[in-house]
Design a protein around this ligand. Structure first.
Ligand code: AMP
Ligand code: MN
Ligand code: MN
Ligand code: MN
Length: 285
Protein backbone atom coordinates (compact mmCIF):
# COMPACT_ATOMS: atom_id res chain seq x y z
CA UNK A 1 0.00 0.00 0.00
CA UNK A 2 1.26 3.48 -0.78
CA UNK A 3 2.01 5.58 2.24
CA UNK A 4 -0.63 8.18 2.96
CA UNK A 5 -0.23 11.37 4.91
CA UNK A 6 -0.75 10.53 8.57
CA UNK A 7 -2.79 12.77 10.78
CA UNK A 8 -5.43 13.66 8.23
CA UNK A 9 -8.37 12.35 10.18
CA UNK A 10 -10.73 12.11 7.27
CA UNK A 11 -8.30 9.99 5.24
CA UNK A 12 -8.59 7.03 7.58
CA UNK A 13 -11.83 5.65 8.95
CA UNK A 14 -11.04 2.36 10.62
CA UNK A 15 -14.37 1.41 12.20
CA UNK A 16 -17.59 0.94 10.24
CA UNK A 17 -20.51 -1.43 9.77
CA UNK A 18 -22.41 -2.89 6.83
CA UNK A 19 -25.47 -5.11 6.39
CA UNK A 20 -23.19 -8.03 7.28
CA UNK A 21 -24.02 -6.95 10.86
CA UNK A 22 -26.01 -3.92 12.02
CA UNK A 23 -25.03 -1.37 9.37
CA UNK A 24 -27.66 0.15 7.08
CA UNK A 25 -25.71 -0.01 3.80
CA UNK A 26 -24.41 -2.99 1.87
CA UNK A 27 -20.61 -3.26 1.78
CA UNK A 28 -20.64 -1.79 -1.75
CA UNK A 29 -22.80 1.19 -0.80
CA UNK A 30 -20.73 1.78 2.33
CA UNK A 31 -17.54 1.89 0.26
CA UNK A 32 -19.10 4.30 -2.25
CA UNK A 33 -20.19 6.59 0.57
CA UNK A 34 -16.78 6.40 2.22
CA UNK A 35 -15.08 7.36 -1.04
CA UNK A 36 -17.54 10.23 -1.57
CA UNK A 37 -16.78 11.43 1.99
CA UNK A 38 -13.07 11.66 1.15
CA UNK A 39 -11.94 8.55 2.98
CA UNK A 40 -8.89 6.93 1.43
CA UNK A 41 -8.54 3.99 3.82
CA UNK A 42 -11.68 2.31 5.13
CA UNK A 43 -11.78 -0.35 7.83
CA UNK A 44 -14.89 -2.52 7.60
CA UNK A 45 -15.39 -3.91 11.10
CA UNK A 46 -18.71 -5.71 11.36
CA UNK A 47 -19.77 -7.26 14.66
CA UNK A 48 -18.30 -10.77 14.93
CA UNK A 49 -18.24 -11.39 11.17
CA UNK A 50 -16.02 -10.89 8.16
CA UNK A 51 -18.77 -11.79 5.69
CA UNK A 52 -18.89 -8.29 4.18
CA UNK A 53 -15.20 -8.17 3.32
CA UNK A 54 -15.19 -9.93 -0.08
CA UNK A 55 -17.84 -7.56 -1.47
CA UNK A 56 -16.11 -4.54 0.08
CA UNK A 57 -12.82 -5.71 -1.45
CA UNK A 58 -14.32 -5.60 -4.93
CA UNK A 59 -16.01 -2.26 -4.32
CA UNK A 60 -12.81 -0.49 -3.20
CA UNK A 61 -11.15 -1.44 -6.48
CA UNK A 62 -13.92 0.38 -8.33
CA UNK A 63 -13.92 3.32 -5.92
CA UNK A 64 -10.13 3.72 -5.90
CA UNK A 65 -9.70 3.59 -2.12
CA UNK A 66 -8.07 1.06 0.23
CA UNK A 67 -9.83 -1.48 2.40
CA UNK A 68 -8.45 -2.57 5.76
CA UNK A 69 -10.09 -5.93 6.44
CA UNK A 70 -11.42 -5.87 9.97
CA UNK A 71 -13.85 -7.24 12.51
CA UNK A 72 -15.30 -5.94 15.79
CA UNK A 73 -15.21 -8.83 18.25
CA UNK A 74 -17.59 -8.93 21.22
CA UNK A 75 -15.57 -9.96 24.26
CA UNK A 76 -16.05 -10.42 27.98
CA UNK A 77 -13.60 -9.05 30.53
CA UNK A 78 -14.41 -9.07 34.23
CA UNK A 79 -18.06 -9.87 33.38
CA UNK A 80 -18.26 -6.72 31.25
CA UNK A 81 -18.92 -6.64 27.51
CA UNK A 82 -16.20 -4.86 25.54
CA UNK A 83 -15.45 -4.52 21.85
CA UNK A 84 -12.05 -5.35 20.37
CA UNK A 85 -11.53 -4.28 16.78
CA UNK A 86 -9.16 -6.43 14.74
CA UNK A 87 -7.58 -4.51 11.86
CA UNK A 88 -5.62 -5.75 8.85
CA UNK A 89 -6.62 -9.35 9.49
CA UNK A 90 -6.37 -12.24 7.09
CA UNK A 91 -10.03 -13.22 7.24
CA UNK A 92 -9.27 -16.69 5.86
CA UNK A 93 -7.44 -17.62 9.06
CA UNK A 94 -9.20 -20.76 10.32
CA UNK A 95 -8.97 -20.22 14.12
CA UNK A 96 -10.40 -16.70 13.71
CA UNK A 97 -13.31 -18.04 11.66
CA UNK A 98 -13.91 -20.84 14.15
CA UNK A 99 -14.08 -18.24 16.91
CA UNK A 100 -16.48 -16.04 14.97
CA UNK A 101 -18.64 -19.12 14.34
CA UNK A 102 -18.94 -19.60 18.11
CA UNK A 103 -19.98 -15.96 18.47
CA UNK A 104 -22.58 -16.37 15.74
CA UNK A 105 -24.10 -19.26 17.71
CA UNK A 106 -24.04 -17.19 20.92
CA UNK A 107 -25.79 -14.36 19.07
CA UNK A 108 -28.44 -16.72 17.65
CA UNK A 109 -29.22 -18.15 21.12
CA UNK A 110 -29.27 -14.71 22.70
CA UNK A 111 -31.63 -13.34 20.04
CA UNK A 112 -34.09 -16.18 20.62
CA UNK A 113 -33.93 -15.56 24.37
CA UNK A 114 -34.46 -11.83 23.83
CA UNK A 115 -37.59 -12.66 21.86
CA UNK A 116 -38.82 -14.98 24.65
CA UNK A 117 -38.22 -12.35 27.32
CA UNK A 118 -39.96 -9.62 25.32
CA UNK A 119 -42.91 -11.98 24.72
CA UNK A 120 -43.30 -12.30 28.50
CA UNK A 121 -43.91 -8.55 28.61
CA UNK A 122 -46.56 -8.79 25.90
CA UNK A 123 -44.34 -7.95 22.90
CA UNK A 124 -44.78 -10.95 20.61
CA UNK A 125 -42.97 -12.10 17.48
CA UNK A 126 -40.01 -9.74 17.75
CA UNK A 127 -37.37 -12.44 17.31
CA UNK A 128 -38.85 -13.49 13.95
CA UNK A 129 -39.03 -9.86 12.83
CA UNK A 130 -35.49 -9.05 13.91
CA UNK A 131 -34.21 -12.24 12.27
CA UNK A 132 -35.89 -11.31 9.00
CA UNK A 133 -34.41 -7.83 9.20
CA UNK A 134 -30.89 -9.17 9.84
CA UNK A 135 -31.26 -11.51 6.84
CA UNK A 136 -28.02 -13.42 6.34
CA UNK A 137 -26.14 -10.89 8.50
CA UNK A 138 -25.19 -11.19 12.16
CA UNK A 139 -28.22 -10.52 14.38
CA UNK A 140 -27.73 -7.70 16.91
CA UNK A 141 -29.65 -5.63 19.42
CA UNK A 142 -29.82 -2.91 16.75
CA UNK A 143 -32.18 -5.12 14.72
CA UNK A 144 -34.45 -5.58 17.73
CA UNK A 145 -34.29 -1.84 18.34
CA UNK A 146 -35.46 -1.00 14.83
CA UNK A 147 -38.30 -3.52 15.05
CA UNK A 148 -39.48 -2.10 18.38
CA UNK A 149 -39.37 1.46 17.01
CA UNK A 150 -41.32 0.30 13.96
CA UNK A 151 -44.03 -0.94 16.32
CA UNK A 152 -43.99 2.49 17.97
CA UNK A 153 -43.00 1.03 21.34
CA UNK A 154 -40.36 3.74 21.67
CA UNK A 155 -39.65 7.07 20.05
CA UNK A 156 -36.32 6.20 18.44
CA UNK A 157 -33.43 3.77 18.59
CA UNK A 158 -31.72 5.53 21.48
CA UNK A 159 -34.94 5.56 23.47
CA UNK A 160 -35.63 1.89 22.78
CA UNK A 161 -32.23 0.83 24.16
CA UNK A 162 -32.98 2.66 27.40
CA UNK A 163 -36.44 1.14 27.73
CA UNK A 164 -35.96 -2.42 26.52
CA UNK A 165 -32.44 -3.48 25.60
CA UNK A 166 -29.98 -2.49 28.34
CA UNK A 167 -29.13 -4.21 31.63
CA UNK A 168 -32.17 -4.65 33.83
CA UNK A 169 -34.66 -3.98 31.03
CA UNK A 170 -37.12 -6.59 29.67
CA UNK A 171 -35.28 -7.54 26.48
CA UNK A 172 -31.78 -7.65 27.95
CA UNK A 173 -29.99 -10.98 28.10
CA UNK A 174 -26.67 -11.09 29.97
CA UNK A 175 -24.25 -12.76 27.59
CA UNK A 176 -20.86 -14.37 27.87
CA UNK A 177 -18.91 -13.38 24.76
CA UNK A 178 -15.42 -14.47 23.71
CA UNK A 179 -12.74 -14.33 26.37
CA UNK A 180 -10.76 -11.16 25.71
CA UNK A 181 -7.36 -12.90 25.71
CA UNK A 182 -8.58 -15.56 23.32
CA UNK A 183 -10.07 -12.95 20.97
CA UNK A 184 -6.82 -10.96 20.91
CA UNK A 185 -5.03 -14.15 19.92
CA UNK A 186 -7.49 -14.86 17.09
CA UNK A 187 -6.76 -11.38 15.75
CA UNK A 188 -2.98 -11.53 16.17
CA UNK A 189 -2.73 -15.04 14.75
CA UNK A 190 -4.71 -13.83 11.72
CA UNK A 191 -1.96 -11.23 11.17
CA UNK A 192 -4.00 -8.34 12.57
CA UNK A 193 -3.67 -5.75 15.30
CA UNK A 194 -6.10 -5.69 18.22
CA UNK A 195 -7.56 -2.31 19.11
CA UNK A 196 -9.77 -1.56 22.11
CA UNK A 197 -12.80 0.17 20.60
CA UNK A 198 -14.53 3.29 21.99
CA UNK A 199 -12.92 3.13 25.48
CA UNK A 200 -15.33 5.64 27.00
CA UNK A 201 -18.48 3.72 26.14
CA UNK A 202 -18.07 1.07 28.82
CA UNK A 203 -18.90 3.27 31.79
CA UNK A 204 -15.68 2.26 33.55
CA UNK A 205 -14.14 4.46 36.21
CA UNK A 206 -10.67 5.84 35.50
CA UNK A 207 -9.00 3.19 37.63
CA UNK A 208 -10.94 0.34 35.97
CA UNK A 209 -10.07 1.71 32.53
CA UNK A 210 -6.39 1.93 33.44
CA UNK A 211 -6.44 -1.63 34.76
CA UNK A 212 -8.14 -2.77 31.55
CA UNK A 213 -5.55 -1.06 29.36
CA UNK A 214 -2.65 -2.47 31.38
CA UNK A 215 -4.06 -5.98 31.00
CA UNK A 216 -5.03 -5.41 27.35
CA UNK A 217 -1.44 -4.51 26.52
CA UNK A 218 -0.13 -7.55 28.46
CA UNK A 219 -2.53 -9.78 26.52
CA UNK A 220 -1.14 -8.57 23.20
CA UNK A 221 -3.47 -5.66 22.45
CA UNK A 222 -1.70 -2.99 20.43
CA UNK A 223 -4.12 -0.16 19.80
CA UNK A 224 -6.63 2.19 21.38
CA UNK A 225 -9.44 3.90 19.48
CA UNK A 226 -8.57 7.46 20.45
CA UNK A 227 -10.94 9.04 17.95
CA UNK A 228 -14.35 7.46 17.84
CA UNK A 229 -17.45 8.96 16.29
CA UNK A 230 -19.22 9.37 19.60
CA UNK A 231 -16.29 10.57 21.74
CA UNK A 232 -16.40 14.10 23.17
CA UNK A 233 -13.30 16.32 22.90
CA UNK A 234 -12.57 15.60 26.57
CA UNK A 235 -12.81 11.86 26.00
CA UNK A 236 -10.45 12.15 23.03
CA UNK A 237 -7.91 13.99 25.20
CA UNK A 238 -8.24 11.38 27.92
CA UNK A 239 -7.82 8.51 25.43
CA UNK A 240 -4.79 10.21 23.90
CA UNK A 241 -3.15 10.42 27.31
CA UNK A 242 -3.98 6.75 27.97
CA UNK A 243 -2.55 5.66 24.61
CA UNK A 244 0.73 7.41 25.49
CA UNK A 245 0.77 6.06 29.04
CA UNK A 246 0.20 2.45 27.99
CA UNK A 247 2.25 2.54 24.79
CA UNK A 248 -0.72 1.83 22.53
CA UNK A 249 -1.04 2.85 18.88
CA UNK A 250 -3.83 5.32 18.18
CA UNK A 251 -6.75 4.38 15.96
CA UNK A 252 -9.58 6.46 14.56
CA UNK A 253 -12.96 5.33 13.33
CA UNK A 254 -16.43 6.81 13.02
CA UNK A 255 -18.26 3.59 14.01
CA UNK A 256 -20.59 4.52 11.19
CA UNK A 257 -23.78 2.43 11.02
CA UNK A 258 -26.10 4.40 8.78
CA UNK A 259 -27.97 7.60 8.11
CA UNK A 260 -30.09 7.65 11.31
CA UNK A 261 -29.99 10.67 13.47
CA UNK A 262 -27.61 10.29 16.35
CA UNK A 263 -25.05 8.24 14.50
CA UNK A 264 -21.69 9.75 13.71
CA UNK A 265 -21.23 10.72 10.10
CA UNK A 266 -18.94 8.61 8.03
CA UNK A 267 -15.50 10.13 7.75
CA UNK A 268 -16.23 13.22 9.85
CA UNK A 269 -13.28 12.78 12.16
CA UNK A 270 -10.74 15.37 13.23
CA UNK A 271 -7.00 14.66 13.06
CA UNK A 272 -5.45 12.43 15.71
CA UNK A 273 -4.01 14.45 18.59
CA UNK A 274 -0.32 15.25 18.04
CA UNK A 275 2.36 13.01 19.50
CA UNK A 276 0.52 9.71 19.07
CA UNK A 277 1.75 6.88 16.89
CA UNK A 278 -1.03 6.03 14.44
CA UNK A 279 -2.23 2.44 14.19
CA UNK A 280 -1.58 2.35 10.45
CA UNK A 281 2.16 2.34 11.18
CA UNK A 282 1.53 -1.28 12.20
CA UNK A 283 0.88 -2.29 8.60
CA UNK A 284 2.39 0.50 6.49
CA UNK A 285 5.89 0.25 7.92
P1 AMP B 1 -25.07 -6.15 20.35
O1 AMP B 1 -23.62 -6.32 19.98
O2 AMP B 1 -25.98 -7.07 19.60
O3 AMP B 1 -25.30 -6.18 21.82
O4 AMP B 1 -25.49 -4.71 19.86
C1 AMP B 1 -24.67 -3.64 20.15
C2 AMP B 1 -24.95 -2.55 19.14
O5 AMP B 1 -26.13 -1.88 19.49
C3 AMP B 1 -23.88 -1.49 19.14
O6 AMP B 1 -22.84 -1.83 18.28
C4 AMP B 1 -24.63 -0.30 18.62
O7 AMP B 1 -24.69 -0.38 17.21
C5 AMP B 1 -26.02 -0.51 19.15
N1 AMP B 1 -26.27 0.26 20.38
C6 AMP B 1 -25.87 -0.04 21.63
N2 AMP B 1 -26.32 0.87 22.51
C7 AMP B 1 -27.00 1.78 21.79
C8 AMP B 1 -27.74 2.97 22.11
N3 AMP B 1 -27.83 3.41 23.36
N4 AMP B 1 -28.31 3.63 21.08
C9 AMP B 1 -28.24 3.18 19.82
N5 AMP B 1 -27.58 2.08 19.47
C10 AMP B 1 -26.97 1.39 20.42
MN1 MN C 1 -23.37 -1.81 16.16
MN1 MN D 1 -18.75 -1.25 19.41
MN1 MN E 1 -18.84 -0.67 15.96
Amino acid sequence: MSRLTPGLGTVYDLHSHSTASDGFYSPTDLVLRAAAAGIKVLGLTDHDTTAGLPEAGLAVQEAGIHLIPGVEVSVTWEKKTLHVVGLNIDARHAPLQAGLCQLEAIRADRAREMGDRLAKTGVFGIFEEAKAMAGTGMITRTHFAHCLVRRELAADVRDVFGRYLTAGKPGYVPTRWADITVAIHWIRDAGGVAVLAHPHRYQLTGSWLRRLLGEFKEMGGEGLEVLSGTASPGEVQSSAALALRFGLLASCGSDFHGPDEGWPKLGRLPALPAGLEPIWNAWEK
